[in-house]
Ligand binder design. Structure first.
Ligand SMILES: *[C@@H]1O[C@H](CO)[C@@H](O)[C@H](O)[C@H]1NC(C)=O
Ligand SMILES: *[C@@H]1O[C@H](CO)[C@@H](O)[C@H](O)[C@H]1NC(C)=O
Ligand SMILES: *[C@@H]1O[C@H](CO)[C@@H](O)[C@H](O)[C@H]1NC(C)=O
Ligand SMILES: *[C@@H]1O[C@H](CO)[C@@H](O)[C@H](O)[C@H]1NC(C)=O
Ligand SMILES: *[C@@H]1O[C@H](CO)[C@@H](O)[C@H](O)[C@H]1NC(C)=O
Ligand SMILES: *[C@@H]1O[C@H](CO)[C@@H](O)[C@H](O)[C@H]1NC(C)=O
Ligand SMILES: *[C@@H]1O[C@H](CO)[C@@H](O)[C@H](O)[C@H]1NC(C)=O
Ligand SMILES: *[C@@H]1O[C@H](CO)[C@@H](O)[C@H](O)[C@H]1NC(C)=O
Length: 479
């Protein structure tokens, strides 16, 4: 990757924008949800409703797409962290920019000199693109999605390729002696320049995706994935106990825990998910108790508005974001044995009210679809009376039953979409129609040969794969 040098610091900003503009962008069909806890027992039990068949195919397709991008490691970055060791996870505060006037900004300064000698000033909401020169944040996020989708794809599809992918990504990020990350966030969201620091409490948010890792590893364990060896499991547990210890005692982590808004909510996500993964169920319940009787109490108004998120520059986004964290905390609690879905805030708000408020308020100029996984979750958890939630989803994105989140937000109506679109995405997943070739006689709603409206996916040739066919995939799993 090209690393621009800041030979003219006064031009630095424009130059970086240009250079970074040419770097590869994310794979477009993939969406990273803020966070989610996928109940491992539901996945391993494999009693998926028939209308999730297309979502299952999407998951396999995404798993394959992610697999073209990995593995990921903290060693991938080109910048050396303040510890002098690339095994240290690092990131920089995204909205801070160099102001080199204190050192005479017409002088040629190297990148390192800019980082150390200039002062950094905040420009709220303006993302400094050179933050991505250290892409541990992007790498971790993509890795956590790749692990989750490959784990799910393994259960759905049965190919050891997916299992091996998931295990390889976990091993590379956390365990392999050449590529592992130290179990701390000492250098996350650091502030560069004069008066800066190595890391700030906001850096804890960088690893919010640990919940996805937690789901995945539990699935690998429960379904006895052969690639997830005792050795790896033991080493992962060691890593976990050190990282949980950091989260519970490091001053940066404790500062994040005290944050009243989404930062705090996501802190509890991580700790609870990791405690469950580490087998400490009562510890998870304790920490979730601290959340639901703590900051949660002031996060939702009687009308469902989330006052601490509403004051942000992008209120819809932040409502959505904190909803994801609240839902995940509630799911973790439920998994650990405590149903908090009706737990009220001080003013009588619930998660459902917060969702309804966000839904009814609308996105304004923001991205509407960010809310959809939360809508599906609330519909599945609280009940979809009069199909209020599924109809809302259908109005925004009629193909929502093809989205991965549709699999783990059940029961939820698909509004008839699945039977109207039996071939949606089929050929991009089962590109060589293996199921048909394998002699499956299952009958789909496609009569074969023709291509129905599948909204841009590749033409289906054999056309006999559809919902019924999924029974054939159960065979390997039970075998
Ligand atoms: C990141 O590091 C891993 C582990 O060393 C390596 O396999 C992968 O190719 C690296 N990715 C990039 C984009 O350099
Ligand atoms: C940053 O980390 C380095 C290496 O651990 C340490 O020597 C230094 O004191 C730290 N700086 C700050 C401002 O904490
Ligand atoms: C360069 O110095 C001028 C004058 O002090 C200042 O207005 C400007 O913001 C500085 N630019 C940078 C990138 O520091
Ligand atoms: C950072 O990582 C993400 C996820 O892997 C990737 O999509 C993005 O292109 C990366 N950014 C840069 C500047 O390399
Ligand atoms: C599908 O079959 C073609 C031709 O046999 C082969 O070239 C291709 O690699 C196969 N694709 C997959 C995903 O197996
Ligand atoms: C699993 O996915 C692979 C790759 O997409 C595909 O070739 C294979 O047919 C699938 N297997 C089953 C049993 O669906
Ligand atoms: C497949 O479905 C079609 C349409 O529902 C039906 O006419 C046909 O008899 C079925 N074939 C088999 C083998 O079940
Ligand atoms: C699918 O295609 C139909 C007709 O071309 C279109 O009306 C509909 O909006 C599309 N849906 C999606 C999710 O792209």
């Amino acid at each position: 990757m090209l690393i621009p040098t800041l030979s003219k610091p006064n031009l630095a900003r424009g130059a970086l924008v240009l250079v970074l503009g040419a770097l590869p962008t994310a794979v477009h069909s993939l969406t990273s949800y803020a966070n989610d806890f996928v109940d491992p027992d539901y996945i391993v039990g494999r009693k998926f409703p028939a209308n999730t068949a297309i979502a299952q195919k999407t998951i396999v397709r995404w798993a394959n797409e992610y697999a073209t991008l990995g593995p990921w490691s903290v060693m991938n970055k080109s910048v050396v962290p303040p510890t002098g060791d690339k095994h240290t996870y690092m990131s920089w505060l995204p909205y801070w920019w160099p102001d080199c006037s204190n050192v005479g900004n017409t002088t040629a300064l190297s990148r390192e000199q800019v980082y150390k000698q200039c002062k950094y000033v905040q420009r709220d909401g303006e993302f400094n693109p050179d933050v991505r020169l250290v892409n541990d944040t992007g790498s971790f996020q993509t890795m956590s999605d790749a692990v989750l989708y490959n784990t799910l794809a393994w259960v759905i599809n049965g190919s050891n390729i997916h299992m091996n992918n998931a295990v390889h990504y976990i091993d590379t990020w956390f365990i392999n002696p050449n590529t592992f990350m130290y179990p701390n966030l000492d250098c996350a969201q650091g502030k560069r320049g004069v008066g800066g620091n190595n890391g700030s409490h906001a850096g804890v948010l960088d690893l919010k995706g640990m919940t996805k890792i937690s789901s995945s590893i539990m699935i690998l364990r429960k379904a006895a994935a052969s690639a997830w060896t005792k050795d790896l499991d033991g080493k992962m547990n060691q890593w976990l106990s050190q990282y949980i210890n950091w989260l519970e005692h490091n001053p940066l982590a404790l500062e994040e825990k005290a944050a009243a808004n989404n930062h705090g909510s996501f802190y509890f996500n991580q700790v609870a998910a990791l405690k469950i993964l580490a087998g400490d169920n009562s510890g998870a319940l304790n920490i979730l108790g601290e959340y639901f009787d703590g900051i949660y109490k002031d996060q939702i108004n009687a009308d469902g508005e989330q006052p601490l998120e509403a004051e942000r520059t992008r209120p819809y986004h932040y409502r959505t974001y904190n909803l994801a964290a609240m839902i995940t905390n509630a799911r973790l609690a439920k998994y650990a044995g405590w149903d908090v879905y009706q737990h009220t805030s001080n003013s009588g708000g619930t998660i459902q009210k917060a969702l309804d408020f966000a839904m009814n308020t609308g996105p304004g100029k923001e991205v509407a679809r960010d809310l959809y996984p939360n809508v599906a979750a609330v519909g599945a958890i609280y009940g979809d009376t009069n199909r209020k939630y599924s109809r809302f989803l259908a109005r925004g994105d009629e193909a929502y039953p093809a989205k991965p989140y549709f699999l783990w937000n059940q029961p939820l109506s698909d509004n008839g979409w699945v039977s109207r679109n039996p071939n949606y995405g089929v050929s991009t997943v089962f590109s060589n129609n293996t199921a048909t070739k394998n002699g499956n006689s299952g009958n789909g709603s496609s009569s074969g040969g023709s291509t129905k409206n599948n909204n841009g996916s590749v033409k289906v040739v054999a056309g006999t794969i559809a919902l019924a066919t999924f029974s054939v995939f159960a065979a390997w799993f039970l075998a």
